[in-house]
Design a protein around this ligand. Sequence first.
Ligand code: NAD
Length: 374
Amino acid sequence: MPIRLAVPNEILPGERRIALEPSVAKRLLGLGVEVCMEKGAALSAHFADAAFEGVKLIDTPAALYKGAGLVFKVQPPTLEELDLIDDNAVIVGFMQPHKNRELLKKMCAKKITALAMELVPRISRAQSMDALSSQAAIAGYKGALMGADLASVFFPMLTTAAGTIRPARVVVIGAGVAGLQAIATARRLGAVVEAYDVRSATREQCESLGAKFIDTGVSAEGQGGYARELTVEEKQQQRDVLAKHIAMADVVISTAAIPGRPSPKIIDREMVTNMKVGAVIVDLASEGGGNCELTVPGETVNFEGRITVHGPLNVPSQVPIHASEMYAKNLFNLVSPFISESGELVLDFADEVIAGCVLTRDGEIIPEQYKAEQ
Ligand code: NAD
């Protein structure tokens, strides 16, 4: 029997994305899937119900989930949502497993198979399924625009009748997917960009985008291409070098993260105190507490009337059309290879990507790092 897919309205306050968009819905219907969406669920991302031709529009979450063997979500389901979802269903979405113990337990109790988008392996074959990357690219782009918007200066060099305006100096900290996109965007706007990351492999990537790499002499590659936490000595060395560059910056965009850990604190109060009047920090690491000691996640702090420390949360949601399109395509690319000719979902748990992102299955938490906390 064809699988019934349920796509609900995202209920987290401020979440404007949806885990489906019209072209993905069409492709799923073409594979024989029974595609169901909560009525009006995509309006926050500016997709009208009428754009989802062939999709069953359902009034209430309870009716939507009834009989659904597959659920597409952006945010982790709440415990109340989980009550409405059938036992043994497959749920695909961000799960934030490190802060959702109760959710994991309840998914086990209901024998839910949960595929966590943040656990999709960062391998070449899975690039089209990599939602961390698609959403981080949006955050980096938007972060650079936020910096330009909050800045007290122009980004580009301008030659005007009133004289020549120097370009803004932007420092990007953390050159992963978000940082590289922030560099590219700030460069396109004409700023002079410097960038820094603890992974030495990023130097070439930063330079290829036109940024000057800040060499602190600290290199901290961790497992799987991620960074590891720095030692106390390394932190001091990094601080001493970065402080000089941050003091000269008009805008700092920070994106540094270590998977499953709070954001590393890189910019302390003294560094902010020494920044130029009118300077701005856009702390894209706010979700994990922020890279700046003065960041208040979700708020914009005016430090001594001189410096703006902006700590936006859920930035991809501020670009809801493209964020939803990219995210829905990531989900489709992950799941569609396992839809049979008759429209059934038959996951292959020996597949490297599925094995990498399966979070709960048959009543058990699968990844070792989350099992230990069970
Ligand atoms: P992330 O969001 O985990 O972290 C952002 C950046 O912060 C990283 O580049 C990290 O090195 C850096 N960082 C951590 N601590 C720091 C510190 N103290 N100071 C300065 N910088 C610090 O990173 P991400 O964007 O998710 O990328 C993580 C890795 O995954 C990278 O190696 C990236 O190239 C790789 N990746 C691979 C694929 C693929 O092949 N499919 C796709 C995307 C990303």
